[in-house]
Design a protein around this ligand. Structure first.
Ligand code: WTA
Length: 487
């Protein structure tokens, strides 16, 4: 509805590991909700039959694809008898190419707008140099095609270069934990791009699953989506790349369109955990809270001074939000929302989000978004969500729940809360920890002190200055009842 789209394209179903997901049912439920609103513009839903369900009638019948004769149409029926020649539509270089939604710190996702030429030029160029692309390469990016990494580095960048790519639908450990290594051997993958969360997951199974496969085709290993801890970096370099392949830690965002801080293979000396240096034409700076630019070794807000071709052109339908989110805090700069350190050699080290966002398995979530889903539960009076470090996911969600009077905090409630978040946002946002919080630490003006909640979640006893709290006693209570184990 926000994008005012007319046509929805979906598939009947997909498999995630061995789990069957009825995608059309989810799409139909969303369309029903749209229809309840007069603002809905969707007229048609085009449904692609997933190959797995064409061949297997068992799976197909278990899907029971819901169907609305007025709105739904099968892709195959639509394409039946259509000419296989299609004249290109000539576009202006600044015409919009797509809108991709990303979490916003106020809760409502933002529709990031990219344009035809700038975005394609930038993804094409970064793909070529950052992966040191050559025509005999076999390239594989394991990202989901629906996220920005899949847009830029499965679709546009590789296709613009005519690259041979592996497309993969599945999860890294199904049907066995050597799945990724098996595919690398099978297709002779030379350039491989994945996320720290996948590396940490696979590290848990040790070296043995890799030793069963021939990985000698590999030449460059890329990583994206969240800070990579040096331990995972070294495992990627030593075990996966057998110390032959540079690890390319690419820092970028949905908003930047393509890589902005990244090493170039064999050209940039590497440091485990650092996204190293800016890509051609990108001008990073580090500012302090007052907007003063810091020189040399420093830590602060990561900003960019000048635009590059692939930078977003706006938030769809909301110019004010575009300006206030990215340009108002520090006039004259694009604000990433990430913290960053520069070392004595001028290398950049991303320290993570410094707004109310968190990064779970490489997916950006806003705490406000999760809080609002939790607060929809009828028993909940108030919810506050913070991040807590997690061995595989990088960060996970720790939720504090204040119940309405007479409501009981129990297992059923916890399950209902988890379900609520899964439905509203998605499985990736499922809370790991849910704590009953009779009260929340607030300032006298009523603002929740998230810093204190983060410290409780992380069991950090040095709480620092609590003098602005309206009732410091709540902190003791919350500490005494903190969750040790995941819910
Ligand atoms: C984080 C994903 C450290 C960062 C392409 C950023 C990273 C957010 C890295 C964007 C990296 C991405 N090192 N942090 N190499 N890459 N991030 O929009 O916090 O889904 O702001 O784009 O992910 O997430 P998004």
């Amino acid at each position: 509805m926000d994008a005012q789209c007319n046509i929805l394209v979906t598939a009947d179903g997909v498999y995630r590991g061995d789990k069957l997901i009825n995608l059309k049912k989810i799409a139909s439920e969303a369309l029903d909700r749209c229809k309840e609103s007069s603002a809905s513009s969707v007229q048609k839903c085009v449904v692609v039959k997933h190959p797995a369900f064409i061949t297997s009638s068992d799976a197909s019948s278990s899907l029971q694809t819901p169907w609305d004769e007025l709105c739904d149409i099968w892709w195959d029926d639509l394409m039946d008898g259509v000419s296989d020649e299609c004249e290109p539509e000539w576009m202006d270089s600044e015409d919009p190419l797509f809108i991709l939604y990303t979490s916003g710190s106020t809760g409502k996702p933002k529709g990031v707008v990219h344009t035809v030429t700038g975005y394609m030029l930038y993804t094409s160029l970064t793909f070529k140099y950052v992966f040191d692309y050559h025509h005999d390469d076999v390239y594989w990016c394991t990202a989901d095609i629906g996220w920005i990494t899949g847009h830029s580095y499965i679709t546009y960048g590789p296709l613009a270069n005519g690259a041979t790519s592996v497309l993969f639908e599945g999860v890294p450990v199904h049907p066995h934990v050597g799945r990724l290594w098996e595919i690398i051997e099978k297709y002779g993958v030379s350039k491989f791009y994945t996320a720290p969360t996948a590396i940490r997951l696979l590290m848990k199974y040790g070296k043995e699953p890799l030793q069963r496969y021939d990985l000698s085709s590999l030449r460059v290993l890329g990583t994206v989506g969240e800070p990579i801890n040096p331990e995972a970096w070294l495992w990627y370099y030593d075990v996966v790349g057998q110390q032959r392949c540079p690890v390319i830690d690419t820092f970028w965002q949905t908003e930047t369109g393509g890589h902005v801080l990244t090493p170039l293979p064999a050209a940039t000396p590497l440091k485990p955990g650092s996204a190293t240096c800016p890509f051609f034409g990108v001008q990073p700076a580090i500012l302090n809270e007052h907007g003063e630019e810091l020189e040399g070794e420093a830590e602060g807000y990561l900003v960019f001074r000048k635009p590059w071709p692939g930078i977003m052109r706006g938030v769809f339908g909301n110019q004010e939000r575009f300006e206030s989110t990215y340009f108002r805090k520090f006039p004259g700069f694009y604000v990433t929302g990430d913290g960053c350190r520069r070392d004595k050699d001028g290398y950049y080290w991303i320290t993570g989000r410094i707004d109310d966002m968190l990064n779970v398995s490489g997916h950006l979530l806003s705490t406000a978004e999760v809080e609002s889903a939790l607060s929809e539960h009828p028993s909940v009076a108030e919810a506050a969500v913070v991040s807590r470090p997690h061995a595989v996911k990088g960060e996970c969600l720790y939720c504090f729940i204040t119940l309405k009077d007479q409501q009981e905090f129990n297992r059923t409630l916890m399950d209902e809360l988890k379900r609520k978040v899964r439905e509203k946002i998605g499985p990736i946002a499922t809370p790991d920890f849910i704590q009953n919080a009779p009260g929340l630490p607030k300032t006298r003006s009523g603002k929740i002190m998230r810093r204190v909640l983060r410290q409780i979640a992380r069991n950090e006893k040095e709480l620092g200055d609590l003098s602005t709290l309206a009732d410091p006693k709540v902190v003791e209570v919350l500490f005494s009842q903190r969750c040790e184990a995941a819910a």
